[in-house]
Design a protein around this ligand. Structure first.
Ligand code: MRU
Length: 345
């Protein structure tokens, strides 16, 4: 069963996005008719989640070509789009893929090139949904028939072109009639867990509870969690994973108590060009995300803030990385290299 909502759609030359800034209390849509509006939607997190950002950026490239007949201006627009958020590799991956198509078809003239770019954006979106379904079937193999699962941030249909990655695995397990229970971290400071994952879990009627992030350690220590399944924004060639802030701390606790810990990503989230997690750019976001909660001030005016949006989990803390081409187990470096060479694990 797929979700009852459409988080992103492209119709009549415009991108329509479910506004994730105001969910779940408001279900409203934002229309992007220009690449600048797409860039803003990504930067301001109207849309978020690594695969969703990639799919949306692909439409942004199409809109950029529509707006910029001159090649130099088009390339500049793509560069502008690629800088909207720095950590998720899917953004640059999708833009590069669109530019690859542009280079091969541009000699055929503008109307043909525009047509091909739009087709490619649709393909990226479609492929992402299919990839997520494959990932979910593969990931379901690690979920016991009775399991309590902890997840962090939002990795569902909202974070992708549809269905989801880590939350896709959880949904697959539930629809396969496994007896699962999910704890969702609220995921401060933007509350993707409370606002988005909780919403998706309720939509899917999956038995679950929302917890403050800091409650996870106690649940894990007390043997209440069978496994942790969450997403990833960029995976380095050695298996280090950048994901939503708080993932690293969870991984340390899981390692200390012997709880399996999986990151679930499409292969497009693996950055084969970087050796380890220290090379992953970590986005720092504005102070107000921490000093204010839903517009209400909770810290003294003028207080300095450190607000990294992501952290890096060293591969030593991971049980495995679940992809559409198999589960990557240690030794991560060698097995990621096999994936890079086109092997299926
Ligand atoms: O800042 P966000 O909400 O874009 O961060 C999202 C995450 O960290 C997700 O876990 C990740 O992108 C995987 S989404 C399938």
């Amino acid at each position: 069963m797929d979700e009852s909502f459409v988080a992103l759609n492209f119709t009549e030359g415009k991108l329509i996005l479910l506004d994730q800034r105001v969910l779940p209390t408001q279900v409203t849509y934002v229309t992007c008719a220009t690449y600048e509006e797409v860039e803003f939607a990504i930067r301001d997190m109207i849309v978020r989640g690594a695969p969703a950002i990639g799919a949306v950026a692909a439409y942004g490239v199409y809109l950029a070509l529509q707006q910029c007949p001159e090649q130099a201006a088009f390339y500049q627009a793509c560069k502008f789009l690629s800088l909207a958020r720095p950590t998720a590799i899917n953004l640059g991956w999708a833009i590069d893929r669109m530019l690859g198509v542009y280079e091969t078809v541009k000699a055929q003239g503008r109307p043909k090139t525009l047509e091909r770019l739009l087709m490619e954006a649709h393909t990226i979106r479609e492929e992402d949904i299919q990839t997520n379904k494959t990932i979910s079937r593969i990931g379901n193999q690690v979920v016991p028939y009775k399991a309590t699962i902890l997840t962090h941030c939002n990795t569902g249909a909202l974070a992708t072109a549809g269905w989801g990655t880590a939350l896709g695995v959880i949904k697959q397990a539930f629809y396969d009639k496994k007896d699962i229970f999910v704890y969702a971290d609220e995921t401060r400071p933007r509350f993707q867990g409370a606002r988005l994952t909780a919403w998706e879990l309720m939509e899917s009627k999956i038995p679950s509870k929302l917890i403050p992030d800091s409650a996870a350690a106690t649940l894990i220590r007390d043997g209440k969690i069978d496994l942790v399944i969450l997403g990833g924004d960029r995976v380095a060639a050695n298996g280090d994973v950048a994901n939503k802030l708080g993932t690293f701390a969870l991984s340390v606790i899981c390692k200390a108590y012997g709880v399996p810990f999986y990151s679930v990503v499409p292969v497009s989230t693996i950055d084969f060009t970087i050796r380890d997690g220290s090379e992953i750019p970590i986005e720092e976001r504005e102070a107000e995300e921490v000093t204010h909660v839903q517009g209400v001030q909770v810290a003294p005016s003028g207080m300095q803030v450190y607000n990294p949006a992501f952290d890096v989990t060293p591969h030593q803390n991971l049980t495995g990385i679940i992809t559409e081409r198999g589960i990557i187990y240690p030794p991560f470096k060698q097995n990621i290299e096999r994936l890079r060479r086109g092997e299926t694990l």
